[in-house]
Design a protein around this ligand. Structure first.
Ligand SMILES: CC(C)(COP(=O)(O)OP(=O)(O)OC[C@H]1O[C@@H](n2cnc3c(N)ncnc32)[C@H](O)[C@@H]1OP(=O)(O)O)[C@@H](O)C(=O)NCCC(=O)NCCS
Length: 282
């Protein structure tokens, strides 16, 4: 006979509380034990940056789950929802998600967004999130060649124009993140002949990043510059929203989507992630 274990036999529900800088090491180690990647740099950032509301599930001093809200003005992003495998299916992710939603409410967010894994999707759908769109992730090989005219390293004086472009494109206020992440090493901008800013790309210290460029030509120039910077031995990825048909079509020449599991790294790979959102009706 296989013994069944009730929640009370394992222990009481963990406490959901704010994650602090003192929790970073233990949380990063817990992720590593679950093969969820080395997220130490990201955790340090979310633990101390004022735009973030990180939560942890604390079972008598053992950290068994996380959930993080990023407040981008009227839009709140939920992410890093994770529960230790030994503690799953007990409502911990539900409680952590609830905490991020309440924090978003307190911060005045009117729209909540998140990118969901297949595993996480039922959890968010129970909260009323619906699939809004998907990211199509394209991949192309790096390149060798002359630099792209107009694309240059970020300078501090670019910030205001970047914040304005970003807000127009996303409806979010990500100034706090741009200020934290943009440096001459991590960001490039596309300067038009008239001196105005056509677009930019900013990388986060732990990888990933965002390209914002309202005009396709500017986006293409930035992606081309990224391919040159990466060199021909490596590859560059770009995630486009599924409805950005014009962008997808233009990039298809350089970065064709192919089926998952394709081993030819010099071709493109397509991966689709669900982007879920919930808007408050008030
Ligand atoms: C996805 C993930 C966060 C869910 O964590 P969790 O703590 O198991 O989630 P919950 O317990 O709140 O809900 C999971 C299931 O348990 C059920 N459940 C909740 N409380 C329960 C209880 N006391 N007893 C039994 N089942 C319970 C829920 O109804 C839900 O069922 P369903 O999804 O089959 O309908 C976890 O699997 C995980 O960390 N995965 C890896 C990281 C990941 O993919 N994160 C999502 C990023 S978007």
């Amino acid at each position: 006979m296989i013994p069944t274990m009730s929640a009370s036999a394992i222990g009481p529900m963990p406490t959901i509380r704010r994650l602090t800088p003192a929790d970073v090491e233990a949380t990063a180690d817990a992720y590593l034990r679950d093969h969820w990647g080395d997220r130490r740099a990201n955790l340090s950032f979310v633990a101390s940056h004022p735009g973030m509301r990180p939560f942890v599930a604390d079972a008598d001093g053992v950290l068994v789950g996380t959930g993080v809200l990023c407040v981008n003005g009227p839009v709140g992003w939920i992410g890093t929802v994770w529960v230790d495998p030994g503690w799953r299916r007990r409502g911990i992710a539900t409680a952590l998600t609830q905490a991020t939603i309440e924090a978003a409410d307190d911060a005045g967010c009117r729209t909540l967004v998140l990118v969901s894994t297949r595993e996480g999707r039922p959890l968010y759908e129970r909260f009323g999130f619906t699939v809004e769109t998907a990211y199509i992730i394209l991949q192309a090989p790096g390149l060798a060649g002359p630099p792209v005219a107009g694309v240059r390293a970020f300078e501090r004086t670019d910030l205001d124009a970047m914040v304005a472009l970003d807000a127009a494109a996303t409806g979010e206020d990500r100034a706090h993140l741009l200020r934290a992440f943009a440096s001459p090493d991590s960001a490039r901008v596309q300067e038009r002949p008239d001196g105005s800013l056509g677009g930019f790309v900013v990388r986060a210290p732990w990888g990933g990043g965002a390209t914002i460029a309202p005009r396709i030509e500017d986006a293409e120039a930035i992606l081309h510059a990224r391919r040159l910077a990466s060199g021909s031995a490596r590859r560059v990825r770009a995630g486009l929203l599924a409805e950005n048909e014009a962008g997808l079509e233009r990039l298809a020449a350089a970065a064709r989507p192919v089926a998952d599991g394709d081993t030819d790294h010099h071709r493109a790979a397509e991966q689709i992630l669900d982007w879920l959102s919930a808007r408050s009706t008030s």
